[in-house]
Design a protein around this ligand. Structure first.
Ligand SMILES: *Cc1c(COP(=O)(O)O)cnc(C)c1O
Length: 393
């Protein structure tokens, strides 16, 4: 069983909910919508919260609980809940706490759908937001109003790979009594633990590195008990529950997340080196490369640079599309964090709903291509990129 003293790598494997009388070794899948009561009195006591136990899989299920327990342990948080997607996690983590009139401070570079929640959904409910730039720390404090309740950030950001100083942000949130909510999708619980720096909530899209094999959609929120309690109430009654089958996939996947991340990171670092100076590639960006403007900060708060590298092609959109069309092995897809290397052109796909100006503000130029570096041999990844760049002029 798991204990507090164990390393994260051990917790990702050994954390488990109690096994059944069958004494199964691996995680069982509890595909059941409800659970039976011993008696009318037992049912009453469960509903009255006088006894602990499973009632209905919309609010608790042992397979989902095991997945949540693992993430919570790996993030160093008190409690957590699983959700049907990463976006459900982002939405619940905000909507479950915020009220009409509240204001959120957000980093400008955000996942496309998070931007849509803030600009297309929350205004209908009277929840406002202000975007602030990562590289202008003074703007953050200036943007705080008496109505500000939460700070929401993504670091490293998707796809710009901007890094936000979590220690500084944790102190700012504490000083102004704000809830700090961090989307930790790119770093995973293996490379960065925002709770160490004072984050109250940490959200993940489990779809990405946590599954890591492109099979299932899911999300998870870990954090301080008093906030998770509020979110649990919201999720129990609004219903964005994770399927136990997906929870089983994610729980099994977590067992290999630390070793997979080692290889994603070493492949990405290796590729960053090998792509330097190739004619046609203007820029290669990676958090753990000295050319990254926040290299020192990345090294301070992350254990490794992650599995995403961005390249900027010299001749903009035309060259970027020809590059993508000439890839032979690398997949063209919007997903990331997969064993398979994936290329995405953010300006025309994931971030196409933003205006040109909004895109440029967060570093999404027409020539930018996001490479989610997979677990193939680095020679083969490099070779495919080289040949596609050569054919892209
Ligand atoms: C993919 C992603 C999400 C959304 O997750 P889904 O599982 O696709 O709903 C949120 N944040 C970041 C940073 C992502 O990359």
């Amino acid at each position: 069983m798991s204990s507090d003293k164990q390393h994260k790598q051990t917790k990702s494997i050994r954390t488990q909910t109690p096994r059944s009388e069958q004494r199964e070794h691996a995680t069982p899948i509890y595909m059941t919508s409800s659970f039976v009561f011993d008696s009318a009195e037992h049912a009453r006591a469960l509903f009255a919260n006088e006894e602990e136990g499973n009632v209905y899989s919309r609010y608790s299920n042992p397979t989902c609980d095991e997945f949540v327990q693992k993430i919570t342990d790996m993030e160093g948080c008190e409690d957590g809940i699983s959700t049907a997607s990463g976006m459900a996690a982002v939405f619940v983590s905000m909507a479950g706490i915020l009220e009409q009139g509240d204001h959120i401070l957000v980093s400008r570079s955000l996942f496309g759908s998070t931007h849509q929640i803030l600009t297309g959904i929350f205004p209908k409910w009277g929840i406002s937001h202000t975007y602030v730039d990562v590289d202008r720390p003074d703007d953050w404090e200036a943007a705080i109003t008496p109505d500000t309740r939460m700070i929401f950030v993504e670091t490293p950001s998707n796809p710009g790979l901007d890094i936000i100083d979590l220690e500084w942000l944790g102190n700012l949130a504490e000083k102004h009594n704000l809830i700090l909510n961090v989307d930790n999708c790119f770093a995973t619980p293996v490379l960065q633990n925002p709770a160490e720096f004072g984050a109250d909530l940490v959200v993940h899209s489990a779809t990405k590195y946590i599954d890591g094999q492109g099979r299932a959609i899911g999300g998870v929120i870990a954090g301080k008990s008093r906030y998770i309690e509020e979110l649990r109430f919201f999720a129990r009654h609004s219903g964005p529950a994770m399927s136990p089958f997906n929870a089983w996939i994610f729980s099994k996947s977590l067992e290999t997340l630390p070793v997979r991340m080692e290889k994603h990171c070493s492949n990405a670092a290796e590729l960053t080196e090998r792509l330097q100076g190739i004619p046609g590639i203007q820029k290669v960006k990676y958090p753990f490369h000295p050319d990254h403007p926040q290299y020192e900060l990345a090294r301070k708060q992350m254990k490794a640079g992650g599995g995403i590298v961005t390249i900027t092609l010299e001749h903009g959109y035309e060259q970027a599309s020809r590059f993508i069309d000439n890839l032979q092995m690398i997949s063209i897809s919007a997903n990331l964090g997969d064993t398979r290397t994936i290329a995405t052109h953010p300006a025309s796909t994931t971030h196409s709903k933003l205006t040109e100006e909004e895109r440029l503000n967060v570093g999404i130029t027409p020539g930018l291509v996001r490479i989610s570096v997979g677990l193939e041999h680095p020679d083969d990844i490099e070779q495919d990129i080289r040949q596609a760049v050569e054919r892209s002029f």
